[in-house]
Design a protein around this ligand. Sequence first.
Ligand code: KG4
Ligand code: ZN
Length: 372
Amino acid sequence: MKSVKILAIETSCDETAAAISKNNQILSSVVTSQIETHKGYGGVVPELAARMHIEAIIPVIDKALRDAKTNWDEIDAIAVTQGPGLLGSLLIGVNTAKSLAYLKKKPIIAINHIEGHIYANFIREIPNSKFQIPKFPLIALVVSGGHTSLIYMKDHLTYKVVGQTIDDAAGEAFDKVAKVLGLGYPGGPIISKLAEKGNEKAFDFPRIDLTPPPQRDDRGYLVQPTPSLNFSFSGLKTAVINEVRKLSISDKRSATQLRPSDSAGRVSDKLKADVCASFQKAVIDVLIRNSATAIKMYKPKSFLLSGGVAANLELKKQLKGYLAKEKVKFCVPEPALCTDNAAMIAVAGYWHYLKRDFTVADALEADPNIKL
Ligand code: KG4
Ligand code: ZN
C-alpha cells in the first residue's frame, strides 16, 4: 500500500501545533507555546488563548508543510483535535481544518485529544531503531493538565476508560500547588526540579483511595469491594495549601488575610522544596497504586504513559521499576511528545485513516467535553 501522509492540527489548550506524518513516522512537528503570555496570569486565559491561536495557526501549518518538504498534493487527509479542551481554542483548529478540507478537497479525521496522547506512544521516531510498537492488550495512563485517566485497549482505536479523576487532574494539582508556593506556571516542571532538593518524607500528605469499604453480605460475611481505579487530587491540593499557610503563620496577620503569594513569601526555600518533594511523592504513589491495580485486573502486555505529567522523571523512574518487576512492557514518549503537540494527532489519524474512518466536514463540530 502507498504510504499515507496526514496533516494534523492541535489547538485544544495553549499550544498551536501542526505536524505532518508519513504512516507512523513524523516528517515535521511545529508547536508554538503561549506559556509566556499566560504565565503572568498564573494559568491559561481562554479568551487570550483563542486569539493567539487565530494569529498562529496558518503560519504554523505553513511551517509544518515546509519542514516536511511536502505540499498539499501529497497530503491524504487532515486530522484535527475535536475535543476535549477549551471551546474557543478548539474552534480555531476545527474551523481551520474544515476550511482547508473544502479548499484542498481532503478527507477530515476527528481525533479525541486523549486518544492523541495515547498514540504519542505509537510514533516511530526515525533515529530510534529500538522502537517496538506497543503490544495489545494494553493499559494507558494519560496524565496531563486536564486529564488523569486509565484506559484499557484490546486493540487499536478501542477504548475502555477504567479509571479517571473525579475532581482535579494530576497536572492541575501540580499547577495549583506551584501557584500557592509562588513558583510560577506551569507548575509541573518547577515542582519536580525543586523536589529533587527536598525531603519527600517531610510531610505526610493524603493519598486518597476511592475504593468503598468492605460491606457485610446477607449472611454477615465481609465482602471486599472491587478496587476503584478512580483518582481524586483535590484533597491533596487542599492539604498542601493548608500546610503552606500553617508554615507561614509566624506572621502577625491571620491565615485568612494572606494571599497565596504572601504565604509563599514567608516559607523558606528548604521548606518549599520539602513541600514539593512530599506533594510529588503523594501524586506518584497514587498514580502507581491505581496503575498496579489496573495491571492486576487487566493483565496487559504493555503499559503506556503519556500527557504532560509523563515528562516527570521521578514518575517515569518509579513506574519503570515497578513494570520491570511485573514483566509488563513500559512505553513513554520523549518529553516533547508528552506535552501537547500535533504529531500525536497525526499518528492517531493514521490508524483512523487505515479504517477509512473519516468525518463529514459539514457535520464536524468542536466538542469541549467529548468522551473517549
Ligand atoms: O498534556 P499537556 O501539555 O496539556 C494538557 O493536555 O493539559 O500537560 C500540561 C501539564 C501541566 O499541568 C504541567 O504542569 C504538567 O503537564 N507537567 C508536569 C511536568 N511537565 C509538565 N507535571 C509534572 N512533572 C513535570 N515534569
Ligand atoms: Zn494534552
